[in-house]
Design a protein around this ligand. Sequence first.
Ligand SMILES: *[C@@H]1O[C@H](CO)[C@@H](O)[C@H](O)[C@H]1NC(C)=O
Ligand SMILES: *[C@@H]1O[C@H](CO)[C@@H](O)[C@H](O)[C@H]1NC(C)=O
Ligand SMILES: *[C@@H]1O[C@H](CO)[C@@H](O)[C@H](O)[C@H]1NC(C)=O
Ligand SMILES: *[C@@H]1O[C@H](CO)[C@@H](O)[C@H](O)[C@H]1NC(C)=O
Ligand SMILES: *[C@@H]1O[C@H](CO)[C@@H](O)[C@H](O)[C@H]1NC(C)=O
Ligand SMILES: *[C@@H]1O[C@H](CO)[C@@H](O)[C@H](O)[C@H]1NC(C)=O
Ligand SMILES: [Ca+2]
Ligand SMILES: [Ca+2]
Length: 934
Amino acid sequence: MSSVLALLSFLFLHTGAHSFGILPGSSLSHLEITKAALLNVTVQVCRALAQTEGTQFTPPVLPHTVESVATACNTPQSTKSLQQAVTFIILRNVRVDLRHALNASFHFDEEKLNEGRNIITEGIRAVKASNKQENYEAARQKLGELLHPLQDFYSHSNWVELGNTLPNPRLIRSDVSIGNLADVNRATCRSCEGDDCTNNILEDIIEEQVLTSGYFGIVPVLSTKPPGKCSHGGGLDVTSKIEPIGGINKDTFSSNHGHLHTQAANMAIAATSQLLEDIRSAAGDRPFLQMMGMFKGSSKALCFVIDTTSSMSEDIQTVQDVTSAIINSEVGTDNEPSVYILVPFNDPDFGPLIKTTDPKVFKDVIDSLQASGGGDEEELSLSGLQLALSSAPFSSEIFLFTDAPAKDKQLKNTVIALIERTQTMVTFFITDSSPLNSRRRRNANLLSRMSASDTQLYKDLAQASGSLAIEVTKSDLPRAATIITESASSSLVTLLQAVRNPGKKDSFTFIVDQTVSNVRVYITGTSVTFTITSPTGVSQQSTSTTGSLITSSQSVGNFRSLQLTKIKGSWQINMNSNDSYTLKVIGESPIDFLFDFVAPSQGVFSGFDALETRPRAGVNGGLLVTLTGSSTATVTNVTLVTSSGSEQINGVVESQGSGNFLVQVDRVPSDEFVVRVKGKDQSNVFQRQSTTNFRASNVTITADSSSILEPGSDFSVTFSLTTNGPDGNFTIRATNNRRFASTFPTSLLLENGTSANGTVMLSAPLNTPSGTDVTLTIEAEAPGGGDSNYIVLRFSVVNTVTDFTAPVCELLSLQSNCSDNCSSAMWDLSVRVSDGNDGTGVERVTLRQGGGMLNTSLEAGNENVTLASYTSSCCSPEAELLVVDRVGNVGTCAYNIREGSVGAQSSSTRTMLSMWLYLSLIILGLHVVKFSEN
Ligand SMILES: *[C@@H]1O[C@H](CO)[C@@H](O)[C@H](O)[C@H]1NC(C)=O
Ligand SMILES: *[C@@H]1O[C@H](CO)[C@@H](O)[C@H](O)[C@H]1NC(C)=O
Ligand SMILES: *[C@@H]1O[C@H](CO)[C@@H](O)[C@H](O)[C@H]1NC(C)=O
Ligand SMILES: *[C@@H]1O[C@H](CO)[C@@H](O)[C@H](O)[C@H]1NC(C)=O
Ligand SMILES: *[C@@H]1O[C@H](CO)[C@@H](O)[C@H](O)[C@H]1NC(C)=O
Ligand SMILES: *[C@@H]1O[C@H](CO)[C@@H](O)[C@H](O)[C@H]1NC(C)=O
Ligand SMILES: [Ca+2]
Ligand SMILES: [Ca+2]
């Protein structure tokens, strides 16, 4: 594909194709629609939270940017994770066009209106269930997928042509009819040729407010447009050449109904906002922000994977001390971890994973850890690590403590796959390698130290993740563990990271730009010396204890850490060692980058799809790079640098707007590589590097993760394997992080250039909580093990839901003595909230609007019913309660004393309720005093 074509089609489709598209600056695309709505609702939530928390809120100027929203929400340190969430949701949305181009239901084509709505409402259930379990990655994935049909409805149906000015709220509900649907036999369009196609929908369809949508097909013989039906329209759509000719889509300004594009796109933004409001109400404001990657403190997790076998008591003590120190110093600051994760491992068991946002809970859990058991020398370290990797947020850092070899070495490739896909750093603290403490090991009569190959496994994993394997004595561990506190900063960036194995003399440069502070150099290796040279030409030797460049230096075990003076410009470090070493330079800066590997889609439409696999080796490839922390910065160069330093491949960078850059390289290297990004922000030139070391493969593997698992039912995942090089008998492994039972073919036979399909059967036990997510990793290893690829898929487990209605409110009493002087009088309200006999029960009753105090309690003997009492000053004459059931159906009940009337509404049973209320007012003889505001 030529780069010009790629630019036009990146993330979007060709003009006249099949969805909101296309050129920046004119029509609105799914990308812009989704981003606008995500940021809009995030701002609403931050405004509401500021109000309840009594803090200042300055709305960001329009159009919103990730940076301005994070700042307005008073969480600038969440800029990067907000960007990550937004990009992830958008890529999932765009993927629907690439993967399900011809499935009419995903686009509200061909009058598949109920089918389209089902995709939306099933998706909403999964998002709500995932949020409830704090599985935000799974929630974002589903959210992206379901927003696509929602947005397409406004472009592909005749909703706008029917004269509607507001979104259709029935698209996000499954208990009401979607509207007046056209009968299959009813004609909806007439032919229109030429440019003016504004009036091709039949008058009776408009008059009777009948809903329809356009037919779409790219292959004449397969296209079955019934007589008289509308078409989508555009160059690719063959149905629009069949009577009635023409189309009705509003995807772009140049579409058949392009004159309505702006209206359709704005309504898609409003509809997306409405859906997000529903998700927000079900989740609560803080959890909603967490789904958006926004946290009060840091967006980072504090994540430990700890060997708890009998020799580990000193290490455990260190972890307890570090945890206390971090919690004591960081809670309440910008560096407070957003989530705390612990995975203990032992032998023969590991886990469970403990994940909490409460520092106290975490500290208690850590403090209760005790060393015991373990049997033989080896322990289940990789099983523990796998569990942590599949549960930690993307780009986390995990600290693993052990003094023993891995018993589960077969998981090495799975662990590397998860590291690559989540861009997680894994730092190892290995406390057995020194002979000094071999006497401390149990079974002292056995060979108690780890062999070189045992530690090499951990070093390989550390290297793949761009982190360190620190080998120290147990007594030195507390000093080495200070690196954990240093890494808590929410704005840590990697300036340089390299490994030489075997070691050799080499020279490295890194740029310290004006936004970078706290520059640290981390080195691991046993006999490393170096010379460091500043931008001003001053040098300092590693052996020198005086000098102006290194402000502090610490050495422990195989680990050395230096702090550098802040001098802006290009630094050089000359390393000298015959043993293997790692070098890493980090700093703190708001400016960083995010990226995904993308590949041209194989489907009907051209576009690029984010990969969940290794990119293809030896051929061209793409990356989507997003800068964060500055809305004015641009990417100038992106280079794939092989980890050995032998090769640098420069990409061609094309801006896509919104801080996104498409990078295309002629060839993805076969050797391990890192991604280096150079950019410019006004006069400031900066350079950042990926932490993760990536690998490419000659094997490609594809599978889809858009379906949902149901507990107790079999679930099949079909994957397809293609080889462009190695052939023969491939070894297949499928693992999942929940220990769900699974079956899969253990080998697949492939010839060069061919493909084969396999199926993984997975089943979630009947008692799996709704909203659980499961990460399935399918690996394919070429004969001989020289090449392998994998796909990492995340699925949601969601129970079948039969409760589609929100809880209802029953007014028990409303009393007031409001007078003309509102500040001296109060009113109060008592409401019984229930979810009906077949309902799942009331989960939450909160105040959506009103200046008073709300108290809730469970009804005696009936935990499915909540009693709410509300007291307020008469100056705040309105109250609105948000009532949510256990599967996230949301209703509201509004009361006011202003006009001498009381109204209540539950969004699902509005009319019935107001009638009931009217009656109950009469029956109860409630006295509502007229209140006049003054
Ligand atoms: C922003 O979101 C709110 C709901 O939170 C919605 O009422 C409003 O219409 C949205 N704005 C736009 C421009 O869609
Ligand atoms: C960066 O890219 C520009 C072209 O965009 C090129 O001229 C320059 O040589 C590149 N610099 C590096 C260090 O690769
Ligand atoms: C891919 O195949 C080429 C040619 O056979 C080979 O040189 C290269 O090493 C392979 N790449 C990987 C990652 O195995
Ligand atoms: C596989 O086939 C491609 C061309 O189809 C060829 O270039 C490559 O060398 C082959 N690789 C092997 C390992 O046979
Ligand atoms: C492929 O390897 C598996 C074991 O790894 C073996 O059971 C199977 O027979 C082999 N298939 C072929 C066709 O060689
Ligand atoms: C694999 O499955 C896809 C559809 O899922 C099918 O199109 C393809 O022909 C299958 N390939 C093989 C080799 O069976
Ligand atoms: Ca053991
Ligand atoms: Ca209910």
